[in-house]
Write a protein that binds this ligand. Structure first.
Ligand SMILES: [Zn+2]
Ligand SMILES: [Zn+2]
Length: 119
């Protein structure tokens, strides 16, 4: 393939946005890619921005889930600890603690799956 602008010059790269062949004089190197005109540079930059934002969003979701696992887990342990200290509350504390631990474990598993699908 030859350069889109200079038909006799062999292309060394391809614009990430419009897929035109580009010679060293015509290409602009930007983050994560090569673009030709100013329009294409903006286009590629906004695509990169979108990808970046998506990544950040899913990472934030994962860390929110991690925090939930931690909260549920410590609530569960707290209830079980309370049941241990106050045996007369056993009847309420053990099921409640178990429930929180269960929710924590389920959230943890869901989070694992989510994390895997992101990578
Ligand atoms: Zn282009
Ligand atoms: Zn050129």
């Amino acid at each position: 393939m030859n350069c889109f602008n200079h038909v006799t010059t062999p292309a060394v790269a391809i614009c990430k946005n419009c897929n035109k062949g580009l010679c060293p004089d015509c290409l602009t190197e930007i983050k994560n890619g090569i673009a030709c005109t100013a329009t294409c540079i903006d286009e590629v930059k906004s695509i990169n921005g979108l990808i970046e934002r998506n990544k950040n969003l899913s990472n934030r979701a994962v860390s929110t889930y991690n925090r939930m696992v931690f909260i549920y887990g410590s609530m569960g342990l707290l209830f079980i600890y309370a049941a241990y200290i106050y045996p007369e509350l056993n009847l309420y504390m053990y099921p409640a603690g178990g429930l929180f631990l269960l929710i924590g474990i389920l959230t943890f598993i869901a989070n694992k799956k989510r994390y895997k699908s992101n990578n």
